[in-house]
Design a protein around this ligand. Structure first.
Ligand code: SAM
Length: 250
């Protein structure tokens, strides 16, 4: 079952949408889109959309995603994934500077997708593909060993104890990412949340497939040069210091 090249506006409810509703906790819609934004969702998004089933059921992903077909050519530098790209500033920055890499961005928040499409149109970056829903649906469809880098930047922290099962960085998702990442691939995580930071570190450092690359606190307190600030970072930090966490797939 394929999601097909449809816009969020056009999509109707389906059994797969039922799976999404149970698994995704963030909001999908914000304030009313401007006509130009809606136009980009209607015209540009269908050309960039990753065609995977909106499902976590392996039976819906029997044929793995054909990445060269998705990008129109085999990308010499491989493929990267960004989970929850927000408005896409970081995603487009990375894609522009790494034109030989195919960059897949996942974000269910429609207003963010519209902003990302505007960045893509402005820059002309041709090596980006988007998925307008839960990143785990794409992770279920990607071939093993297909990713050279994964970004999960300022994921929703779900700081309350009773909501911790909603956090994206968890054993189940790390298992899946470990299977998708080539040895030596980099996993980049960021958070400014004092509850989420030790959680992320515990989950990732205890995972046998990942090795934390920090040699000293300076390594995770200071922004690496090839890691631009995200929109969340620029607008929402309210004086909190972010942590920049880099892990290597063993
Ligand atoms: C706090 S925002 C940060 C956005 C962006 N990374 C930034 O730093 O500006 C977290 C984002 O993750 C997205 N998100 C949450 N769960 C997700 C999932 N399962 N798959 C993809 N995106 C997800 C949300 O819609 C939201 O836009």
């Amino acid at each position: 079952m394929s999601a097909g090249p449809e816009t969020s506006k056009a999509r109707s409810a389906s059994p797969a949408e039922g799976v999404r509703a149970r698994t995704l906790y963030g909001r999908r819609h914000g304030k009313k889109l401007r006509p130009g934004q809606q136009g980009l969702l209607d015209t540009l998004l269908p050309k960039l959309l990753v065609p995977v089933a909106h499902s976590l059921d392996p039976r819906d992903h029997a044929a793995p995603l054909d990445l060269p077909a998705l990008f129109g050519r085999a990308m010499a530098g491989g493929y990267w994934l960004e989970v929850g790209f927000g408005s896409g500033e970081h995603l487009v920055w990375q894609a522009e500077r790494n034109p030989d890499i195919g960059v897949i961005g996942c974000e269910p928040y429609i207003n963010g997708i519209a902003k990302c499409l505007a960045h893509i149109e402005r820059t002309g970056a041709a090596n980006i593909r988007l998925f307008d829903n839960d990143a785990r649906f794409v992770m279920a469809a990607l071939p093993p060993g297909s990713l050279g880098r994964v970004f999960v930047l300022f994921p929703d922290p779900w700081p309350k104890l009773r909501h911790q099962k909603r956090r994206f960085v968890c054993r189940e998702n790390l298992d899946r990412l470990a299977a998708l990442m080539v040895p030596g691939a980099e996993l980049r995580l960021a958070t400014d949340d004092p509850v989420h930071l030790p959680w992320m570190l515990e989950q990732t450092c205890l995972h046998p497939a990942f090795e934390w690359l920090a040699g000293s606190p300076a390594d995770w307190r200071h922004r690496p040069e090839d890691w631009p600030p995200t929109r969340y970072e620029q607008k929402m930090l309210a004086g909190r210091r972010p942590a920049f966490l880099r892990f290597r797939r063993r």
